[in-house]
Design a protein around this ligand. Structure first.
Ligand code: ADP
Ligand code: MG
Length: 302
């Protein structure tokens, strides 16, 4: 069995490529040092590893921010459509969604729906078609900036109407570094990286940071990794604490103080078409996501 240090750090070959003894790529700067930005915050929730808590974090942070009074749009950019399901948003094949926005220049305003349970929270759903978007985008011009164009158009359009402008746009990314994720990173100003408190916690983070650096260089100079959140933390195990300590040692500026506990209520909520914020508002998971949302807000004010 690997030691914790071995389990959370990348392999030797990856370290050698990177040229850093601890094996982790330099973080492309980040808040809280980043200057405050006026207007809409656009945040990609990304980690190409599956099952680390991206969708759970995206929907619950979105709901918590809406509870705090923000106007929030969650763009479901994962063909699985789990975020749409968790918000109780219809995402059968015939509805307009992220696929149409990416591949058919459909305006976001035509695809977004308000979440019935959480006033102020809107969702652009992911339908099954989105699985084909990776391939369709390849042949398109400006293939990496379709989501950015759509978000920018929406922000500008809403500023001219009586509709309340969005304070925050969150994008729930798929578990890959393909063109959909590149679209999310090109549209965003910040990246929020969920990291599961498990063996191999940091596996692939170097690769993610490298992709983020590439997107910064080519398409989006203002992109920063503003935050990381430790998910599925189990206080009863030494492993969780050791992993958390290790991740904090690597990314002291980025990791939120608040961790997200492993909680049955968090995992049950989506099957009821709800976030944990409405499913069980007093549960440990809801309290934790509320605290994370508050930290995220505090960083924008820093
Ligand atoms: P990703 O979007 O990165 O693939 P998900 O958010 O879908 O990851 O989470 C993967 C699985 O872990 C899901 O079944 C989800 O319900 C569960 N899960 C996520 N966070 C927690 C948590 N804090 N406690 C318990 N289960 C969780
Ligand atoms: Mg997901």
């Amino acid at each position: 069995m690997p030691t914790v240090r071995e389990s959370v750090t990348p392999g030797r070959r990856e370290r050698e490529r990177e040229g850093r003894p601890d094996g982790l790529a330099p973080v492309p700067v980040g808040a809280p040092a980043a200057p405050p930005r006026p207007g809409t915050r656009i945040i990609a929730v990304a980690n190409q590893k599956g099952g680390v808590g991206k969708t759970t974090t995206a929907v619950n942070v979105a709901a918590a921010l809406a509870e705090l009074g923000s106007s929030v749009l969650l763009v479901d950019a994962d063909p699985q459509g789990n975020a749409s399901t968790a918000l109780g948003i219809d995402h059968h094949a015939d509805v307009l969604g992220t696929y149409d926005v990416l591949t058919d220049a459909t305006p976001l305003v035509d695809a977004i729906v308000e979440c019935a349970d959480v006033p102020g929270l809107w969702c652009c759903p992911a339908t099954v078609d989105l699985a084909g978007a990776e391939i369709e985008l390849v042949g398109m011009s400006a293939r990496e900036s379709q989501l950015r164009r759509a978000v920018d158009e929406m922000v500008t359009a809403r500023a001219d109407t009586a509709d309340r402008p969005f304070d925050v746009v969150l994008v729930d990314c798929p578990p890959s570094l393909g063109l959909i994720t590149v679209n999310a990173l090109t549209a965003a100003r910040e990246v929020l990286v969920p990291i599961q408190c498990e063996y191999y916690a940091l596996e692939g983070v170097t690769q993610l940071l490298r992709s983020i650096a590439l997107v910064r260089e080519r398409y989006n100079a203002e992109l920063v990794v503003s935050s990381m959140v430790l998910t599925m933390f189990d206080g009863r195990t030494r492993l969780s604490s050791q992993v958390a300590e290790e991740v904090r040692a690597h990314f002291p500026e980025q990791v939120f103080d608040q961790t997200i506990p492993r909680s049955v209520r968090v995992s049950e909520a989506p099957s009821h078409g709800q976030t944990v914020m409405t499913y069980d508002p007093a549960s440990s998971g809801a309290l934790a996501y509320r605290a994370v949302a508050a930290e995220l807000v505090a960083r924008s004010d820093a």
